[in-house]
Design a protein around this ligand. Sequence first.
Ligand SMILES: *[C@@H]1O[C@H](CO)[C@@H](O)[C@H](O)[C@H]1NC(C)=O
Ligand SMILES: *[C@@H]1O[C@H](CO)[C@@H](O)[C@H](O)[C@H]1NC(C)=O
Ligand SMILES: *[C@@H]1O[C@H](CO)[C@@H](O)[C@H](O)[C@H]1NC(C)=O
Ligand SMILES: *[C@@H]1O[C@H](CO)[C@@H](O)[C@H](O)[C@H]1NC(C)=O
Length: 474
Amino acid sequence: MGGLRATSFSSIFFWCLVFLFLVSSDLVYAYKERGTAESINLNHTYIVQTSSLPPSCVCRNSTTGHTNRKHLKVVHRHGPCSHLDQHKIQVPNLTQILIQDQLRVNWIHSRLAKSLGQDAFQASTTTLPTKWFTGSYVVTVGLGTPKEDLTLVFDTGSDLSWTQCEPCADGCYDQQEPKFNPSSSTSYSNVSCSSVQCSRDIKIDCASSTCVYGVSYSDGSKTRGFLAKERLTLTSSDELDGFLFGCGQHNDGIFGREAGLLGLGRGAESLVSQTAQKYGSFFSYCLPTLCGSTGFLSFGSGGGTSNSLKFTNLGQHADEPSFYYIDIVDISVGGQNLNLPSSLFSSQGSVIDSGTVFTSLPKTAYAALRSAFQQQMSNYLTKSPPAPFDTCYDLSGYNTVYIPKITFLFGNNVNVDIVPEGILVESATEYCLAFVGNSDENRGATFGSYQQQKYEVVYDAAGGRLGFGAGACD
Ligand SMILES: *[C@@H]1O[C@H](CO)[C@@H](O)[C@H](O)[C@H]1NC(C)=O
Ligand SMILES: *[C@@H]1O[C@H](CO)[C@@H](O)[C@H](O)[C@H]1NC(C)=O
Ligand SMILES: *[C@@H]1O[C@H](CO)[C@@H](O)[C@H](O)[C@H]1NC(C)=O
Ligand SMILES: *[C@@H]1O[C@H](CO)[C@@H](O)[C@H](O)[C@H]1NC(C)=O
């Protein structure tokens, strides 16, 4: 089993650095290859042991996270705890992930530009860009009565949840679990065309007075079917009646084998908005590393695990309500602030998004980050990248590597140290700085899932707050 896993992971990026932290003192003397002892400030540096062995990606029971009964278990779709059959998944390589990220970031910023009355980009409210690559993380929920278990990608950037439904009149893709069958459920009902929920945003047609929804994607893939209501079972103690979702009769173009999507955006059709009465528009999650075990997704306050949460402001734009807007003030590298002008991030809005993998930054901010990082990593051999990243290192000759911490400074004095697994990404034989720069200076940042790893991220939409709690899952 371990061998199979290792093989399936070798084709994709993985996190195979082994991290060791020396906590006895915050100053150590390190002999770097020049032979001189230099002082390293551990407040601002990660000490990383490299390992020549592939990581043992085995599903362990998390010591944190999903142990709470009110938590849904979150797993990486390609991670060791994923039950999706990896041999049947077209696992994207780094180049493909970056292309998908780019499309997604374009889509987010085209919507933001449109909401600000700019039309610098082609924008369409119903066009999602990616080939279903709306996130790397999945949860399993129950739908219907009796409930059927369905594994869904969760996405903080979209609203309507959907699953593939029998009889799949116009075609479905392969999924892991049996497809949802409305006729086997006693709690299923169609939403009629005259219902207020059959809104202009999602309605594309009427079929015998049943509302037909449609979301199409820029590469031609789409989901289309009946707008419906069902009982949704999140955990054994959390059942929701009348949950609005898309019962897809035509879905195509997926990489994974998940049954559909759980929409955690801020718009009206999302699970968060639909359950605002019950959970107060409050949820949190922890995204595990690829080689880690399980994280969690929990709804309502009091479900989280961190007792050291720090809250920054969560903004809202009336015209583009689906996204979660964040307030990035500056970034520091190895304890040194880049002193970026805050207008860089605020001009068009910056968002946090579970469906983007690598954080993208305004061009100037990325250039400053890269330059500071390169300067502090100047002891290491750079490698001109065949990889899609532009700042890469050959770390194969080192047992111990010193990596400058990268810290995001959010409004309200909230500092978030990106975990070491979120700073570098392994690509073939090199390690690359895992951030990208926007092509357009006017675009804000998109804070992606790679940089959110291991933090509990708390979305308190009603309270206008976004919280971060370190070390909530592994
Ligand atoms: C590291 O941080 C601690 C706590 O802020 C501080 O007391 C200590 O002086 C710092 N050490 C160095 C070497 O900067
Ligand atoms: C993980 O936890 C579950 C539930 O607590 C338990 O049944 C199972 O045996 C554990 N597995 C391992 C490998 O420890
Ligand atoms: C990634 O996959 C694409 C499409 O299969 C292929 O053309 C490309 O060479 C691959 N890139 C890397 C770095 O493996
Ligand atoms: C839902 O509506 C569709 C289209 O009108 C219809 O074929 C289907 O039987 C309806 N399902 C139920 C349970 O009413």
